[in-house]
Ligand binder design. Structure first.
Ligand code: NAG
Ligand code: NAG
Ligand code: NAG
Ligand code: NAG
Ligand code: NAG
Ligand code: NAG
Length: 541
């Protein structure tokens, strides 16, 4: 009786007490089994084999080291029957796509205790089109307690082997983001999945801007495998900044004058629930809550480049992208109209900033990117600034808008990204400059972001791939702008220099120095190229 032997092998592997063969397997004529042996499965070690009902079919189910395969058990039919072959097509899921296993039971009203066992439910992460992930379940039906118990424990053991998956997460939830839906998003879509995956959570609902920052400065992080932010770009960027500041503090690095900051200890997950979700969109290829949650559950982590912003040698903050000029002024205007709905004030601010469009008189110096090998070597040498006479380049003049971006900045208005030639971690940032031009030309350029045409193909646009940038506003443009209407209460803001750092307003009057730090933080998310390669792994669901 071959199945007895297999059962024995399994229990030896488990070291558990169940020495008998799975009872249900015994009910099947062994001839049938022999003819169903699958060549591809034979190469891998078989851990378990048995019978379950899957989708109403009685199936021969084989669990090997990498996959779970099954094929309906059919009565014998004439050889060469085409339909028969179709019907008996093997289906499979890869074990790495399973994120939880539960015993499936039916509870009736009168019944006490644990209910009637129906089988095992596997919770699976499915890859869908356009980088989306979706959770799904697969029921393996078998009424035998002993049979299910062996399989259940084997699945548990397999899941325990995925050591990169988080077991405990610190959740920071910004209830104010966008239309205040972050709380609902979390409790409706995120928490149920984390619960199924058996991940412990510790939720803090932030009460004010900077709350996450002050919390992460002190709080005990030892017990956590990761930090998750539920909110928009501003919230996510604040948490990333806070994690990096914390890492410097823990490493005893003077945070004020950082040349080579240390990496954040914990990976950060970003659940998109804000009015702009550029970071989540860039990470996952799609601003999709379930996708972001599943990347966290599956422990998909990737290192991401970070910029530091400093002025006169003092660190202002860490971030992923910045805009100065039009992009900064738009945000400053929107912030002054907080009473409007997020979409309303964004549109209003864009229109108003366009109406008052004026260039900034600036000096921009930058260090062009050399090669990733170069950068690695310099990092390895631990003295990145040893040769101060690196080839800084300088441009000056009147600029309408300046973007400095370490990540591609995908968003709904720019599906290929505001900086489409940058990757999350290729060690460089994009410096994109719009020189002074007429308003209609500038608007034409902005509209191009939404199209497939090259938004940089204008004579007044310049793009550079850089490692460092210094932006020095020269502060005397209004003198050159006689047509501008002067309103006393707005003069102050005209003379200020608003930066948009990941959707957060940062006002700095003096020179801002932006440095790229390759792979400084780990973020939960699958790289999009990688996901493009792998096709849907499950052909059954
Ligand atoms: C200019 O500003 C807009 C909107 O604020 C932004 O989307 C764009 O990427 C910015 N950069 C350039 C170089 O135009
Ligand atoms: C980063 O990746 C993009 C896309 O592959 C490429 O165009 C760009 O040149 C890369 N940058 C560097 C500095 O390698
Ligand atoms: C910017 O360009 C516009 C249109 O070409 C021009 O009218 C304006 O004077 C320029 N501003 C400055 C400060 O050069
Ligand atoms: C003011 O602008 C002019 C013309 O762009 C420039 O030559 C001059 O250096 C600027 N002054 C200061 C103090 O930056
Ligand atoms: C710009 O002008 C203001 C006064 O109008 C002054 O306080 C500030 O220091 C100036 N900034 C720079 C960079 O020159
Ligand atoms: C996705 O993969 C296909 C085929 O492997 C390739 O042709 C295509 O360029 C890829 N798309 C992206 C966005 O990388």
């Amino acid at each position: 009786m071959p199945w007895g032997r297999r059962g024995g092998r399994v229990s030896a592997l488990e070291g558990g007490p169940e020495e008998e063969a799975p009872p249900v397997a015994a009910a099947v004529p062994s001839v049938l089994w022999a003819s169903r042996l699958q060549p591809e499965a034979a190469a891998e070690q078989i851990l378990l084999r048995g019978i379950f009902e899957i989708g109403r079919d009685s199936c021969d189910v084989v669990l090997s080291e990498r996959a779970l395969r099954w094929r309906p058990i059919q009565p014998e039919r004439p050889a060469g029957d085409f339909q028969y072959d179709l019907l008996c097509k093997e289906e499979f899921i890869e074990l790495k796509d399973i994120f939880s296993v539960k015993l499936k039971r039916r509870y009736s009203a009168k019944q006490q205790g644990s209910g009637t066992l129906l089988g095992i439910t596997l919770f699976i992460c499915l890859k869908k089109e356009q980088n989306k992930l979706q959770d799904s379940t697969l029921d393996l039906i078998n009424l035998s307690e002993d049979h299910c118990d062996i399989w259940f424990r084997q699945f548990k053991k397999i899941l325990a082997g995925f050591s990169n998956r988080p077991k405990s997460l610190k959740i920071l939830l910004n209830p104010q983001s966008h239309k205040k839906e972050a709380t609902q998003v979390y409790y409706k879509k995120v928490e149920p999945l984390l619960k199924i995956a058996g991940i412990k959570t510790d939720v803090t609902i932030t009460e004010y801007e900077g709350h996450a920052l002050s919390l992460l400065k002190e709080c005990e992080l030892q017990g956590f495998d990761g930090v998750v932010c539920v909110g928009g770009d501003g919230s996510a960027s604040e948490v990333a900044h806070a994690l990096l500041l914390r890492a410097q503090k823990d490493a005893g690095v003077e945070a004020d004058s950082i040349l080579t900051p240390v990496q954040a200890q914990l990976p950060l997950g970003v659940i998109p629930a804000g009015s702009t979700n550029v970071l989540a969109h860039s990470l996952h290829g799609v601003p999709h809550v379930v996708t972001a949650t599943l990347h966290i559950i599956m422990g998909h982590v990737q290192p991401v480049d970070v910029c530091s912003f400093s002025t006169i040698g003092k660190l202002l903050r860490f971030g992923f992208s910045a805009m100065f000029g039009f992009g900064g002024r738009t945000l400053a205007l929107a912030e002054k109209h907080r009473w409007m709905s997020p979409n309303q004030r964004r549109d209003f601010a864009v229109i108003k900033a366009l109406a008052k469009l004026k260039p900034e008189d600036c000096e921009i110096s930058f260090l062009p990117f050399k090669s990733s090998q170069d950068l690695q070597e310099r990092r390895a040498q631990e003295s990145p600034k040893s040769d101060c006479n690196e080839q800084w380049q300088m441009i000056q003049g009147q600029f309408l808008n300046i973007s400095i971006m370490a990540i591609p900045c995908l968003c709904s208005v720019a599906p290929r990204g505001l900086a489409p030639n940058t990757r999350l971690n290729n060690g460089s940032m994009a410096l994109i400059i719009a020189r002074n031009t007429s308003r209609p030309e500038f608007i034409k350029h902005l509209k191009r972001y939404a199209s497939l045409k090259n938004q940089f193909n204008f004579p007044f646009i310049e793009t550079y791939t850089v490692e460092e940038v210094k932006v020095h506003p020269r502060n005397n443009t209004s003198a050159h702008n006689p047509e501008e209407e002067e309103r006393p209460h707005e003069t102050a803001s005209e003379n200020s220099f608003p930066w948009n750092v990941d959707g957060d307003l940062m006002e700095v009057a003096s020179e801002v120095h932006v440095r790229l730090h390759p792979r400084l933080i780990n973020l939960y998310g699958g790289s999009m190229e990688e996901m493009n390669d792998s096709k849907a792994t499950c052909n059954c669901l």
